[in-house]
Ligand binder design. Structure first.
Ligand SMILES: Nc1nc2c(c(=O)[nH]1)N[C@H]1C(S)=C(S)[C@@H](COP(=O)(O)OP(=O)(O)OC[C@H]3O[C@@H](n4cnc5c(=O)[nH]c(N)nc54)[C@H](O)[C@@H]3O)O[C@H]1N2
Ligand SMILES: Nc1nc2c(c(=O)[nH]1)N[C@H]1C(S)=C(S)[C@@H](COP(=O)(O)OP(=O)(O)OC[C@H]3O[C@@H](n4cnc5c(=O)[nH]c(N)nc54)[C@H](O)[C@@H]3O)O[C@H]1N2
Ligand code: SF4
Ligand SMILES: [Mo]
Length: 682
């Protein structure tokens, strides 16, 4: 059979590699060996032929002139972007010689990998790289920047990342989109909800910003940041008091409901209203709606868990469907992540056994500290699939660390990113379209195989290839560093202990491209909590130092600054990906700061004014968008914009690097700032 990348003109199957819940099935149209069109696969049961604008314009990124074609070596000052091309041989030799010397003089822990999911492909994002850094004995990275606090919180209640199947949600009658900007970040969730709305479903959105998603809701409920756990407790208070709970379900499938009933008596709606900013009558209306309507589904977004108390918030909200027995109803329940349905054999793929001696672990949210403040600061950084100079909190500290003369930095990316500007060696990466890999969605339940649809760009190489080369240069002679991509995939899919994946094989995937997780009706019989039931009370939480029952814990005060600052993602970028592509910048226009008209008037700020936003950590400048889309005391920006041309658009100069209550998660949305109009001196 002809391989897809060798087909000059025609239509070939693919899958979206971006860190997005929808993980769309794609069809790539090729002409003369090049991609001319990217569209959604009409036969994919979830994608149904629809994809976002970002990826419809993916060709612009793949063939962007700025793409790296060769390895580069720095010749100028760090951060200035002065490089010359070098061969792969020279690049790999430079890295391996430097590392051998560092290991001999300071130990392998002086080296730190820094990566995330610029490409979600399992063998490239967390396969051969993991083997390599285990074997190297480098410092290990705790990958906490995205969703760990919420995932841990959800796990305390439900035992793991198991939720409602999106394909069942056409039956849902009430959607609560809670801290998720689904129109931008999970478009098929929104499409399913809109389809269900045609059959009478209601869409409620709870958010701190009436953005694209809030504006499409039947009912938008504005709330003050970090108080969602309290709102959920207020709803529980009413559900118990008005006997809207499902007693049979609680008795059969949960632990701790009697204690919870007692415990939530303290969260009376007046008190809840005074802290959340949600009017009392709306709390009653929402609780009664939730008690009455079935099936109901809560889509738990990432926004609510990027807070100091994010783990507890998600843990608390995850208890709600049990109170009304929604887990027994098709299309009912909650969905934070469905990743556990597709959990593969990571032990076989990542080989943690290659790490012979326990090493230190560094939280990726605290990269600035790791480069500047800790004992034995990191001496060499290897960055791939991530752009920490833009996406990590406390960006000023991160940049200062990256500028250190005694830090040896390597960046493997498709572009000369803001991080790569500080590198000593830059390596060109293939795009996911050029690679073999397999993909597992964390929202729908399909696993995908990807075979390359185009040839590698310039001299670029995939992550797996780069780590094979590095292993050879470091003289790692274990055979597992020679495993091909196909072998890696087979290992990851073999002997999984995951019953939902039993029927999936590489050969079958080759034939069909995607396969759904095995469907069973036994989620409740198989819960992986310590008790095997939904844990409204969790002893494990107490052992881990948290209250065992859902409890409201406020975020840190940072009281010197008047505004809570929520710098979320935007519609046309994906984190910092696309922020350097002209087409996507044009679609997104320019970065804004949404603020309430009352706050703006007090500060003499008019719509469209440039404003300076600052706190102890740093400052940035955005254009004010004045109106009623956020509550007083809250300011919101969208998008991780570039600052390479000297723009002061770097919102992460303002975000804290303290970690959330669970899992060391990020707290991007719990920082405070002040805002003033930028003075004009004309
Ligand atoms: N277009 C686009 N899509 C993306 C991404 C992107 O950058 N752009 N990023 C991808 C990634 S990596 C992720 S993790 C997901 C993230 O996507 P989402 O899960 O949607 O998470 P966020 O956009 O971070 O935040 C969602 C919403 O939470 C709100 N919010 C913030 N704090 C609070 C709060 O305290 N309470 C409530 N109720 N709401 C709050 C924000 O205003 C925002 O509207 O999207 C993925 N998809
Ligand atoms: N203020 C603020 N900051 C945030 C967030 C927020 O909401 N607000 N969201 C946070 C979240 S949820 C996340 S997940 C992180 C995401 O942060 P990152 O994981 O850093 O995501 P991107 O900015 O998309 O950068 C991914 C990089 O990987 C590169 N890449 C793509 N494919 C490959 C490949 O196959 N190989 C290699 N070597 N490189 C590749 C891309 O070109 C890109 O430069 O950002 C976090 N930062
Ligand atoms: S970014 Fe998300 S919505 Fe867009 S094509 Fe990829 S998976 Fe689909
Ligand atoms: Mo994320």
């Amino acid at each position: 059979m002809q391989r897809y990348k060798e087909i000059e003109s025609g239509v070939v199957p693919s899958v979206c590699s971006l860190d997005c819940p929808d993980q769309c099935g794609l069809l790539i149209h090729k002409k003369d060996g090049k991609i001319v069109k990217v569209e959604g696969d009409p036969n994919h049961p979830v994608t149904k032929g629809n994809i976002c604008n970002k990826v419809r314009n993916m060709g612009e990124r793949i063939y962007d002139d700025k793409r790296l074609k060769t390895p580069l070596k720095r010749i100028g000052t760090k951060g200035k972007g002065e490089f010359v091309p070098v061969t792969w041989k020279e690049a790999i030799e430079t890295i391996s010689m430097k590392w051998k010397k560092l290991i001999a003089e300071e130990g392998a822990e002086s080296i730190l990998p820094y990566s995330f999911y610029g490409n979600m492909g399992n063998i490239n994002a967390e396969g051969m790289d993991r083997r390599f850094f285990h074997r190297l004995g480098s410092s290990q990275l705790d990958r906490t920047i995205c969703s760990v606090a919420g995932s841990k919180g959800y796990k305390y209640t439900m035992g793991g990342s198991y939720g409602t199947d999106p394909e069942d949600m056409t039956e849902t009658k009430l959607f609560i989109l809670w801290g998720i900007n689904a129109v931008s970040t999970n478009m098929h969730q929104m499409m399913i909800a809109q389809k269900a709305r045609k059959n009478g479903a209601k869409i409620v959105v709870i958010d701190v910003h009436k953005n694209q998603t809030g504006r499409m809701a039947d009912w938008f409920i504005p709330i003050l940041p970090g108080t969602d756990g309290l709102l959920a407790l207020g709803i529980m208070h009413i559900l118990f008091k008005e006997e809207l709970v499902n007693k049979n379900f609680l008795e059969q499938y949960t632990v701790g409901f009697k204690e919870l009933e007692e415990h939530v008596k303290q969260y009376n709606p007046d008190m809840v209203s005074s802290i959340t900013g949600v009017p009392v009558e709306h709390i009653y209306e929402l609780a009664r709606m939730y008690g009455d309507i079935t099936p109901s589904m809560i889509r738990i977004g990432n926004g609510i868990q990027h807070h100091d108390n994010g783990g507890m918030i998600v843990r608390t909200i995850a208890c709600l469907p049990a109170l009304t027995g929604q887990w027994l109803v098709k299309g009912g329940g909650a969905l934070k992540s469905n990743s556990a349905f597709l959990a593969h054999n990571t032990t076989a793929l990542q080989r943690p056994d290659l790490l012979k001696k326990q090493t230190r672990t560094i939280n990726m949210n605290q990269l600035g500290q790791a480069l500047l403040e800790i004992k034995r600061p990191v001496r060499s950084l290897f960055v791939y699939g991530s752009n920490p100079a833009v996406v990590a909190p406390e960006a000023t500290k991160v940049r200062e660390g990256l500028a250190r003369d005694d830090l040896f930095t390597v960046v493997h990316d498709l572009f000369l990113t803001e991080t790569a500007m500080y590198a000593d060696i830059v390596l060109p990466a293939t795009s996911a379209f050029e690679n073999v890999d397999f993909y597992t969605s964390y929202w729908h339940q399909y696993i995908h195989l990807h075979e390359p649809v185009i040839n590698a760009y310039g001299e670029s190489k995939s992550n797996t290839e780069v780590f094979r080369l590095l292993a050879e240069a470091m003289e790692f002679d274990e055979p597992e560093f020679k495993d091909s991509d196909e072998v890696l995939i087979n290992q990851a899919l073999s002997s999984t202990s995951n019953q939902y994946l039993e029927h999936v094989t590489y050969d079958e995937l080759k034939k069909t491209h995607f396969i759904k997780a095995k469907q069973t009706n036994y989620l409740l019989e198989n819960l992986k909590t310590p008790s095997g039931k939904i844990e409204l009370y969790s002893r494990q939480m107490e052992e881990d130092g948290h209250p065992g029952l859902p409890t409201y814990i406020p975020i840190q005060p940072e009281s010197r600054y008047p505004f809570l600052f929520i710098p979320g993602p935007n519609h046309n970028f994906l984190n910092s990906t696309f922020s350097n592509n002209e087409k996507h910048i044009k679609l997104e226009k320019s970065p804004k700061l949404f603020m309430n008209v009352k706050d703006a008037i007090e500060r003499g700020i008019k719509d469209g004014d440039n404003v300076r936003i600052w706190n102890d950590r740093g400052e940035c400048e955005l254009a004010a968008s004045v109106g009623e889309l956020v509550l007083p005391g809250v300011v919101v920006s969208q998008g991780l914009w570039s600052d390479v041309a000297g723009e002061k658009h770097l919102v992460n100069t303002l975000t804290p690097d303290r970690v959330a209550d669970m899992g060391g998660g990020a707290t991007f949305f719990s920082g405070r700032v002040d805002v003033e109009a930028v003075k004009s001196y004309e």
